[in-house]
Design a protein around this ligand. Structure first.
Ligand SMILES: Nc1ncnc2c1ncn2[C@@H]1O[C@H](COP(=O)(O)OP(=O)(O)OP(=O)(O)O)[C@@H](O)[C@H]1O
Length: 304
């Protein structure tokens, strides 16, 4: 087994004069659920299309399951791509589409009825694709990809067009395939809160490169603590903290509350420091950053 299911080195891709990917590096390790996040137009779909051999690129190297993207067919269906806008024949029924796809699947290991059940679309089996809602069309495209037993699944915007129940189904399905069958995932999405629930790793794509990448739990734990403090003599406490810590954005709001951001210090240490410094602390609120704040900081050049 390759040490990475996907490794991208120095990927460059231009459309006309516009360079969308400017030397992108990314690694997905076996067993990972790796989220790729970025603003609209940052190049997530382009990256995924290059990975799956659907786009040529100008420079760099991609190895997917140890192979060149143009040799993906040699893997007998071990890699599948699921895109936002699936091209499925509109006049066929769900069952016909799935039976047909099963004939083309190099190593089918699930029946059409089984994947319908997995995606909760059994009751739509005899519906034509054109009669389905967008969310159910997306379920069919996911069902389609699960007829085999892919080791690596690339999904572009897997939650688009799904209602809350559909999102929960897809989240549960990704976790099930990852835990029970060991499938690795590369997922792109704008819905950071969903990614935060399932991803083991996150990479942020910004200005043609990966600006941050790592295990989600490490990205979150090394982030700044945001503190709100109510104490006596807030101006003096502000000067005290500026002198004794590496606090950033140390401000006093209109209600006299101190707010600040800190790395590598716990709320209890700040409390102890202030009390030992002679301040009476009546309130101390602390929160760590979530993925959307990490994303925002990465885009605005903080913590890069
Ligand atoms: N075939 C194409 N021809 C010209 N420009 C293209 C083509 N495909 C993509 N682009 C441009 O490349 C850039 C990246 O597009 P891409 O679809 O990869 O971004 P994205 O991050 O997936 O965006 P979104 O989140 O909106 O789906 C955009 O500026 C887009 O207009």
């Amino acid at each position: 087994m390759a040490t990475s299911v996907l490794s991208i080195n120095g990927l460059r891709k231009r459309f006309g004069a516009t360079e969308v990917l400017k030397g992108l590096n990314l690694e997905v390790i076996p067993g990972a659920i790796h989220g790729l996040v970025g603003l609209n137009g940052s190049g997530k779909t382009t990256t995924m299309e290059c990975v799956l051999g659907m786009q040529t690129f100008h420079d760099g190297e991609i190895r997917i399951m140890g192979r060149d993207p143009l040799q993906l067919w040699q893997g007998g269906g071990d890699v599948v791509g699921i895109f936002d806008n699936p091209a499925i024949h509109q006049h066929l029924t769900v069952r016909q589409v799935l039976e047909h796809a099963r004939l083309l699947c190099p190593q089918p290991c699930r029946s059409a009825s089984e994947v319908e059940r997995l995606l909760g679309i059994s009751s739509y089996s005899n519906y034509r694709i054109k009669q389905l809602s967008l969310g159910n069309r997306r379920r069919v495209s996911i069902a389609h990809a699960l007829l085999g037993q892919p080791a690596f699944i690339v999904m572009d915007e897997p939650f688009n067009g799904l209602d809350a129940g559909g999102v929960e189904d897809v989240l549960a399905l990704i976790l099930k395939l990852n835990r029970e069958e060991g499938s690795s995932f590369l997922l792109s999405s704008h819905q950071l809160a969903y990614l935060e629930r399932i991803c083991t790793h996150i990479s942020i794509l910004h200005q043609g490169r990966i600006s941050r990448s790592g295990q989600l739990k490490e990205l979150v734990s090394t982030q700044q603590l945001q503190l709100t403090i109510v104490c006596d003599r807030p101006e003096a406490a502000q000067a005290f903290l500026a002198h004794h810590t590496k606090a950033e954005d140390l401000t006093i709001d209109s209600a006299g509350r101190l707010t600040l951001k800190l790395e590598n210090m716990q709320a209890a240490e700040i409390n102890r420091l202030l009390v030992n410094g002679g301040f009476a602390v009546s309130e101390l609120g602390a929160k760590t950053q979530d993925l959307s704040q990490i994303f925002h900081d990465s885009l605005t050049g903080r913590a890069l």
